[in-house]
Design a protein. Structure first.
Length: 222
């Protein structure tokens, strides 16, 4: 059934056409104003408090996390994570300029660039931001950080700057609008909280059900 057929059925049941001026005005006003939803107290505070809550909630979400003092320390942190889990010293990343500027030559990692075809075990991305409320990472699609890296490799490493950890979801939407312009969005905005999981089968939690079985977060404080 097409979208048009479904919407026509809804309009008939409501007795409306969708062209009524009050209804269209109401929609236009809401889109223009972008009213904020409910904002929980959890996650609020200064940068230090937001980071502390982000770290706490990352553990709840079963993501591992390390802090580094500067972006220059990220490659070594990536290599250390791979060694700790006895994983191959290989990593795939996109064209993100922040990642490209890091001293990967100080490691023995074999680097690959571009989108994943599903054969990569390990990938690294740079998040647009993090959400203290739930330790959610926000990544936008594009050549800089291909969406395939978020879902296809078994092990996903995400770098986020401490200054980009925001308190709540509403603050993130505000930041997205400010970055891309009102009415504009990237093709895909992925919100990632912990590794992939499912408890659909006999209520038994299974990690890696629909994506990476490990999510490792590197917070850059400098």
């Amino acid at each position: 059934m097409s979208k048009e057929t479904i919407l026509a059925s809804v309009r008939r049941s409501l007795g409306v056409s969708g062209r009524e001026l009050p209804r269209r005005t109401g929609v236009d006003d809401r889109l223009a104003a972008a009213p904020r939803g409910v904002v929980p107290a959890r996650g609020q505070g200064d940068q230090g408090e937001r980071l502390a809550k982000f770290i706490e909630m990352a553990a709840v979400a079963q993501a591992s996390l390390v802090e580094v003092a500067s972006a220059a320390e990220v490659p070594q942190a990536v290599a250390a994570f791979l060694r700790e889990h006895n994983l191959p010293a290989t990593i795939r990343r996109g064209d993100d300029l922040r990642l490209a500027a890091m001293p990967w030559h100080t490691t023995t990692l074999a680097l690959a660039s571009g989108a994943s075809d599903g054969q990569d075990l390990n990938a690294v991305s740079h998040a647009l931001a993090g959400i203290a409320e739930t330790a959610t990472l926000v990544l936008v699609s594009g050549r800089d950080n291909p969406t395939t890296l978020n879902f296809l490799p078994d092990n996903h490493i995400v770098v986020v700057d401490a200054k980009d950890i925001l308190p709540d979801y509403e603050a993130m939407w505000t930041a997205l609008r400010a970055r891309y312009g009102k009415g504009e969005m990237p093709r895909t905005v992925n919100w990632i909280t912990g590794p992939s999981r499912s408890a659909d089968i006999e209520q038994t939690l299974l990690l890696g059900a629909h994506g990476p079985r490990r999510l490792h977060v590197i917070v850059v404080n400098g």
